[in-house]
Design a binder for this molecule. Structure first.
Ligand code: BGC
Length: 415
């Protein structure tokens, strides 16, 4: 007996900039190297997954998984506006083909935070031309690899800026002020351009603009070869009430989560990404109480977040759910197993309750570049030696692979 339906996807997820290495045309690269950078260290060679993907995919398949989520790096494919690199497109076609050769269903993210420097420098997601720019890229990519794809995530966590604004009270002022300017001043200025004008692709726009960008990309993808399931993935932190936070929670829930979930109703699925909960008081998220177990990131160890996020996504999105990220930053691999077991139990319960869940993609395959924290946060099922880049499979990878091979039966959840 298993709670999980046939053809359930069991996999791990990565993102190009965090694992590939040498991603020099991405908007974030120069920020990493800036004097007084807010990045603790640069991504550099990352995990050299760009060259080592055959080894990494072979390990994933051998462990028992049947899916792999990764992202295409827009800045490699379109390093200058309108110039598409045949070599980069061919590379990603080989990656997708290698997935297929190993029986791994590719779940391909067209954009995972980083954007080409030219895109970020000409207004990023907020520019009026952003929808057409992203749709042109999506069309070109789909022409090249669409026939091999079954799952496409257009944008990763387009609601992240809204979520941070709502829960962390990060100022998002009009025009050139706000988070962008804060990031700019944190870098101390970057040679060659004015950081206040240089919007990192990470900094999203409001839900209307991001939904328009998404919708145009979906249309471009659907007009090309293949018949992939297409959706986007949302950061669905489990928002809960802390004392006196009723009004603030209602607002945060609406604008950080529900507006975005509701914008997914025309999609083939919704990607759910959850790690923890935030308890919302009168001015936003309250600190995690002393003594509460936390991850390396400082987030509370709270695996029930997954089931809660899946429920809210299903209820308000009304489309199938794919868990596109869930995991734990820790150097205690047994704690990772316990966290994941508990999160999967919650997911199994969602399925028993009739929610249409299509897969679980663990974050992440490799210990990798955790953005501003550098390589210090280890979410990986596989460790990567920072000198030699050699891979070491952790017990959690073997454990989750066995769960995958048994399609969840080894989890032992009762329906
Ligand atoms: C992002 C990943 C990130 C992970 C852990 C997600 O929000 O999609 O890129 O590494 O969370 O912070």
């Amino acid at each position: 007996m298993t709670n999980f339906p046939p053809h359930f996807l069991w996999g791990a997820a990565t993102a190009g900039h965090q694992v590939e290495g040498g991603n020099v045309n991405a908007d974030i690269w120069p920020l990493e190297w800036a004097q007084d950078s807010m990045f603790t260290e640069p991504s550099g060679d990352a995990c050299d997954h760009y060259h080592r993907y055959p080894e990494d995919l072979a390990i994933l398949a051998d462990l028992g998984f049947n899916a792999y989520r990764f992202s295409l790096e827009w800045s490699r494919i379109e390093p200058e506006p309108g110039y598409f690199s045949r070599a980069a497109l061919d590379h990603y076609r080989r990656v997708v083909g290698t997935c297929r050769d190993h029986g791994l269903d590719p779940v391909v993210t067209y954009n995972h935070f980083t954007t080409p420097r030219w895109f970020a420098g000409s207004g990023g997601w907020r520019d009026s031309q952003a929808p057409d720019r992203f749709a042109r890229y999506a069309a070109r990519v789909t022409d090249h690899v669409g026939d091999l794809l079954s799952w496409v995530v257009t944008l990763n966590e387009p609601n992240l800026t809204a979520l941070l604004t709502q829960t962390r009270a990060i100022p998002m002022g009009a025009g050139e002020r706000g988070l962008v300017a804060d990031l700019g001043s944190a870098t101390g200025g970057i040679g060659g351009f004015d950081p206040a004008r240089y919007r990192m692709g990470l900094i999203g726009a409001d839900v209307e603009q991001m939904a328009l960008i998404h919708r145009k990309a979906v249309n471009a993808i659907k007009s090309g070869p293949g018949d992939a399931m297409v959706g986007w993935s949302l950061a669905l932190v489990d928002l809960q009430l802390a004392e006196g936070g009723e009004a603030r929670l209602a607002e945060a829930r609406q604008h950080a989560l529900l507006d975005w979930i509701e914008a997914s109703r025309e999609d083939d699925f919704i990607g759910v990404q959850t790690y923890s909960r935030d308890r919302i008081g009168p001015t936003g998220a309250v600190p995690v109480p002393d003594g509460t177990p936390t991850m390396q990131t400082g987030w509370e160890v709270y695996p029930s977040a997954l089931g809660n996020a899946v429920r809210i996504a299903a209820q308000h999105g009304r489309v199938p759910v794919l868990v596109t990220e869930n995991g734990m930053a820790t150097d205690d691999d047994l704690a990772r197993i316990e966290y994941t077991r508990s999160a999967l139990e919650g997911l199994a319960q969602c399925i028993s309750d009739g929610i249409d869940v299509r897969g679980y993609l663990h974050w992440t395959l490799l210990d990798n570049f955790e953005w501003m924290s550098g390589f210090s946060k280890t979410f990986g099922l596989i460790a990567v030696d920072r000198e030699s880049l050699a891979r070491t499979i952790k017990p959690s990878a073997g454990w989750l692979g066995r769960i995958a091979r048994s399609n969840g039966q080894d989890l032992g959840v009762v329906s």
